[in-house]
Design a protein around this ligand. Structure first.
Ligand code: SF4
Ligand code: SF4
Length: 375
């Protein structure tokens, strides 16, 4: 596993970090033995960065790492966790949550600690309770080495928050699809301009960039049949100059080995390969059976149907043909939000600038989803 000295932080980080939010499961709980084997394999290959959070695996991810990592010398690995800002109602809450996390992780300190999943709304909590100064205090006490935040909101909000405090690092969702479609490029450039190392989450966009419809996947397999589709996403993002580390949530040994392989003797993506990825993006854009732009003019549906949410899941299904991922995403929608709850009142139809016959499309999607779920 390749490592790089991150100058601003004066640490030698592996290029790949182990995201511990999708560990292998057995009857809904972390499969302790399989997950333990993966951690040992990672450590044996120099992948010594572990990223967890208060809420991962309903709180069990931190506890799991607290049982396994102490088998190794503390200075031989990096441990990261995150403050669940949405649970903080007072500064005493932040203190109690932080101490609970140290206890669960069985550690004296976190190498990296983030304010988790900030948005305009949670930033209000951060400022109200001076959580930045809370982090600074913990840093002075030696309980945190580096402070940062992870983020999901507009680039305008990001820019303001970056300017408000001094950060050691920031964690962003960067991948080649969001770069083109959701201005991840703009977010990346804000960090670059402010000389803040970028830690990457969701490089494979939760599995969206791990398999494609055959006519798209063909571009990648024709170029190199030995590289997995996911490995292209890791290679693409790992080649950006201001990326300090790429985190990947891995669920089995095969994924772990494939990802380690990508970041061993790593070579930056070349011009031909960049063109290849641009072609993949173009081909994916063309697969849009429901021409929904996600503008949300049709919302809210009085009956609770999440119209753009349903269309998004369906369009992604046609782009990836990934049944497992589609069922998972579909089940994220509540029963009320799903197409079967459409009452065909047609109130949404005249609001759609794309002239989509929304109830008709919802009916078609319902039939197709029923088929793949009951297969
Ligand atoms: S037609 Fe269906 S989706 Fe549209 S507003 Fe009526 S119930 Fe909601
Ligand atoms: S108004 Fe039309 S395009 Fe916009 S989100 Fe609703 S269905 Fe999609």
């Amino acid at each position: 596993m390749d490592k790089r000295l991150i100058k601003n932080l004066e640490v030698n980080l592996p290029r790949l970090g182990f995201g511990c939010m999708r560990l292998p499961l057995n009857e809904g709980k972390i499969d302790f033995e399989r997950a333990k084997e993966m951690i040992h394999h990672a450590m044996s290959k120099g992948l010594n960065y572990f990223d967890t959070a208060y809420n991962y695996h309903n709180g069990e991810s931190e506890t799991f790492l607290g049982k396994i990592l102490p088998e190794f010398p503390r200075e031989s690995y990096f441990l990261t966790s995150k403050l669940p800002v949405w649970k903080v109602k007072s500064i005493e809450d932040a203190e109690a949550l932080f101490n609970e996390q140290l206890d669960k992780c069985n550690t004296e300190y976190f190498d990296f600690y983030l304010l988790h999943s900030l948005s305009k709304k949670t930033i209000e909590t951060v400022e109200k309770f001076n959580l930045y100064y809370f982090l600074l205090k913990k840093k002075k006490e030696g309980k945190i080495k580096n402070i940062g935040f992870s983020f999901h909101d507009t680039n305008e909000v990001l820019e303001k928050f970056v300017a408000a405090h001094k950060w050691d690092f920031v964690q962003l969702q960067i991948n080649y699809w969001d770069w083109a479609e959701n201005d991840a490029k703009g977010a990346y450039e804000i960090l670059e301009k402010n000389n803040i190392p970028c830690f990457v989450m969701e490089p494979v966009r939760g599995g969206f960039l791990s398999s494609f419809a055959p006519q798209v996947q063909k571009y990648l397999t024709d170029y190199n049949p030995n590289n997995s589709v996911s490995s292209w996403a890791l290679k693409w993002v790992g080649s950006l100059p201001n990326i300090a580390i790429v985190l990947s949530g891995m669920s089995n040994m095969e994924q772990l080995k494939d990802n380690i392989n990508t970041f061993t003797n790593f070579e930056n993506i070349n011009d031909d390969e960049l063109k290849l990825i641009n072609n993949v993006v173009e081909e994916l854009r063309k697969i849009q059976p429901v021409p929904c732009t996600g503008c949300r003019y049709c919302m809210d549906c009085s009956f609770g149907v999440d119209i753009p949410g349903v269309f998004g899941v369906y369009n992604d299904y046609k782009k990836t043909e990934n049944v497992e991922l589609t069922i998972k995403n579909y089940k994220f929608l509540t029963e009320k939000e799903r197409p079967e709850n459409c009452q065909k009142c047609e109130a949404c139809v005249p609001k759609c600038p794309q002239h989509i016959n929304i109830p008709e499309e919802l009916e078609k999607i319902k039939r197709e989803m029923d088929l793949i779920i009951n297969k």
